[in-house]
Structure formats: structure tokens, C-alpha cells
Design a protein around this ligand. Sequence first.
Ligand SMILES: Nc1ncnc2c1ncn2[C@@H]1O[C@H](COP(=O)(O)OP(=O)(O)OP(=O)(O)O)[C@@H](O)[C@H]1O
Length: 382
Amino acid sequence: MSDAMLRLVNVDKYYGPLDHGVAAVKNINLEVEKGEIIALLGSSGCGKTSTLRMVAGFEAVSRGKVFLSGREVQNLPPVKRNVAMAFEGYSLYPTVTVRDNIAFALKAARLPESEVTKRVAEVSEMLEITSILDRFPSSISGGQQQRASLARALIRDADLHLLDEPMGQLEPQLRTLLRGRIKYYIKERGLTAILVTHDQTEANALADRIAVMEGGVLQQYASPEEIKERPANLFTGTFVGEPPMNVFPASVTAAGGKLHIDLRGDTRGDLRAGLDLIYAESDFAQPVRERMLGKRDVVIGVRPYAVHRAAQGAAAQVVANQWLGDQSHIAASFAGKSIVLVEHDRAVLSEGETIAVEIRPNDLHVFDAETGMAMSHGQELA
Ligand SMILES: Nc1ncnc2c1ncn2[C@@H]1O[C@H](COP(=O)(O)OP(=O)(O)OP(=O)(O)O)[C@@H](O)[C@H]1O
């Protein structure tokens, strides 16, 4: 057996009868090593909170096993699992001050007074709540309550820290500041944490590995870089990355030493239909080429920052050009759909202007149109 801090083995969650109720989590397998920060990332209803609550013990596991620090815990109540939690709605005790709320677990564990004082000061400074320590929960804002609740969880010695949207109520500037500090705090103390978020920037900034979920199914579990560079399927490819990956249904054929990637246009509206991207066969490594040719229907994906304007490119008409202060986002009609380009300089382009865009072989992600699974990334097989 591995010595992972947390191990989920074939875990299902049904609300209602097994196999017939609402299937919120389907056959999840996940391992978290000691000292790791993991983000459960996905859109609303994908099952991330249900997963976290099963680990905490607030929701019963319908099927499968949960191991924490080597112990099988799925039948143990939350207090027996040695996990610390900051959950939305997991409220502070209203009758004691913020300071006593934060210190509660340490006092219960009979830590020396000086140690409690030191730790409360550290975590409060880190989360910018020192000035409200003597207030009662009812007299502080939602964002302050959230930080107090986070402090109460982070201060604890526990095998695992579970944080459900811990910064959901904070304004963007504060979130950005605290993200870095929370990561440092967790890493410095060697804590192991699972964070639930629907915010990919937060997941990328905080997590060592991201578990991307959709429809109750774990889609990919990998480092932020790996997920960006080698998305396991079309869902992960288009869900992670901002702006999202451009995707085009296509078919691939070879003739006369050339590889034709025929992007099938969407012929509705006044967008142009279809476009044939032509490459030399030798532009692609043989295994990649063979895999592409072996499938009738594929989906081609290319990240917005990998779409370049070039003298010899395929025609696209600019629909919008936005300067965001540090990069330009250009949307253009292309191959009967639209394509987005990101450029680091301020692009001087007006609506309706024709540009030529180039998509390099090394930047192509190819997915199986039928299953959505990745087939290749650039010159490597998936
Ligand atoms: N108590 C419940 N009873 C019945 N169905 C539930 C219950 N809690 C959650 N669900 C359903 O289970 C699925 C997964 O919900 P879950 O809360 O785990 O998703 P989530 O990804 O955390 O979403 P959010 O970000 O909106 O909290 C959803 O379809 C949801 O409607």
C-alpha cells in the first residue's frame, strides 16, 4: 500500500439510493502525498464539494474506500479523522471572540498559552485579521468571517486541511495577496491541503496538482503545467486556460507529401465555411501523423497564445480587438467559426480587417472527435 496522506479508492457518491439516486461522484481514484496542495477544480455541480465532504466525513461514502494517513476512515465520524476544515457555512462560534474561535482547537489540545498566542498572531497577520481578533463573529463582515474560519482551520495540527472556496467572498486584490501567503504558510509548515475552487487562476497559483472534475468524473489529475500542455481530453483542454483553447472539428488526409487538415466550418450565419490547413507530411512526427490519419473525425485545438499572425497564413477577419493593459485579445472569424489570438503587444487592428494566421504543427492538440480523448500534443502522442 502506498504511504499517501489521502487515498480515494473507487469512490462513488449517490444522493438517494445507491445506483439510482443523483450520481454526484463517479468512481473517483485519487492520491494526495504528504505536503502537497491539491485543487479540486470544476464548474458548479461537478461534484467537487461532495468529494471534499466525503473526505471530511460530512457525507457518507456510497461506495469505495477512503484512506487517511494509512487508516481506512470512510465509516469514521469527522472528529475521528484528524482533518481541519474551512467550509462555506461552517460557521464560527457566535458566543466567543474571533481570537477564541481561532485558538479553540489549540486550547482544547492543551498547548501552552505562549504557543497558542504565537500561532494566533502568525495566522492572523498572514490573513490580515489582527485588528478584529477581539470582536464577535456577528459584528464582522462576511469576508472577515471567511478569513477567521480559514485561520481556525490553518492553525490546527491535522493530517489534512480541507478548504472549500476559502476566498470566495474576498475582493480580487485581497485574494491575489492572500493566495501567495496561504501557499507559503502551508508549505512552510509541511501541511497537506485540498482546496475546492471553480477559479482556475487560484488553482494554478496555489496547487501542486489539480484534479479537474466534470459530471462527477475525474477528468485529469496532474500539475498545472501538464494540464495546460497535455490536456487529457477536450473537456480539460477547453476548461483550463484563459482565454479558452480554440477548437475546430476537422478531418485529416494525406496526398502528394502533404497533410491536409480540413477544418469543417459552421455554415450558419455569415461566417465563412471551412478551411484546409496544408502542412508538409514531414512537419509531423510519424506516429502523430499515423494516429491522425487513422481517425476519420478529429478535433483540432490550439491555444490563443499559439495562434500567430504571419505573412503566409490562412485568412481570418477581425471581429474584435481588445487591449487588456498587458495583452491584446483578437477575435476573428476563421474556418467558419471564430478564433482568438493573444498577442503581448498592443495590436493595431480594426474590425473587418483581414489578417493571416499561422498555426504551427508543434502547437496543435488533436482529439478524437468521438470520445474527446487526446490523441497528440504537438509532436508527441498523448
Ligand atoms: N444534498 C444533496 N441532495 C441531492 N443532490 C445533491 C446534494 N448535494 C449535491 N447534490 C448534487 O450533486 C451534484 C454535485 O454537487 P456538488 O455540490 O458536489 O458540486 P460542486 O462541484 O461542489 O458544485 P458547487 O461549486 O456549485 O458547490 C450536483 O448535481 C448537485 O445538485
